[in-house]
Structure formats: C-alpha cells, structure tokens
Design a protein around this ligand. Structure first.
Ligand SMILES: [Zn+2]
Length: 120
C-alpha cells in the first residue's frame, strides 16, 4: 500500500532514505530489516528482561535470573505463526508462557501491575 502511495504521490515521498539508518531506500521490507530497528528492538527486549527480573526480585521473596526469563520461547525476534513472539509483546499481547512464569513468583495483582508496566 505504501509503495503504491509512493508511486502516485512521488512529489510528497520522493526517494527518502530510512530516517533511522539513512542507508537504504525505505520500503515495507526495510521496516523489519533495518539494522537500526533491529538494534532498537534488541535493546527494548533487554530492557524488558531487566524490568521483569527487577520486578520479581524486588516484589517477592523469590529471585529469578535473566537466563530463566530468556528460557521462554517468546523472545525470538524472527517471525513465527505458532508462538506469541516478542514483536507481539510490543503490540501489547502477553503470551501464556510468560503469564505462567510470572505466576510462579508473583500474586495475580503483581502480575497485572508488571504487565501494565511493560505495556507503557
Ligand atoms: Zn533503516
């Protein structure tokens, strides 16, 4: 759709390079392949892991390692039709396996508070 819009409204869009990396022509596939998007997504993933770990370690008598959190199959940045992947978490979806992990350490109101924290 964007590609068609660019063709018909070339005077508006022109041949703008990606505003994040500046290297390539910006098209739909570049949105997911842009090295800067991948870097930012990985940084956000790392920040999410740290947030979960600190919340559990500060809010309960349990402690959890980043390795335990990373053992969930949901952190894969590649596409999948089966798993709720990290990109879906960015969209606000919470996977069953993440909920189950959190429920081992936190009360339901704490899980709710953490998930609300993660979605902000
Ligand atoms: Zn880019």
């Amino acid at each position: 759709m964007l590609e068609h819009t660019k063709i018909y409204f070339y005077y508006l869009y022109g041949d703008n390079n990606c505003f994040l990396c500046g290297d390539s022509l910006e098209d739909l596939s570049h949105i997911w392949l842009c090295p800067e998007v991948i870097r930012l997504t990985q940084a956000y993933l790392q920040s999410t892991i740290v947030t979960i770990q600190e919340f559990i370690n500060n809010s309960s008598s349990h402690s959890i390692t980043q390795h335990e959190i990373l053992s969930l199959p949901i952190w894969d940045l590649s596409s999948s039709d089966i798993q709720v992947i990290f990109i879906d978490i960015l969209r606000g979806f919470i996977s069953h396996s993440l909920s189950k992990l959190l429920e081992q350490f936190l009360s339901s109101s704490q899980v709710e508070a953490l998930l609300k924290d993660l979605s902000n």
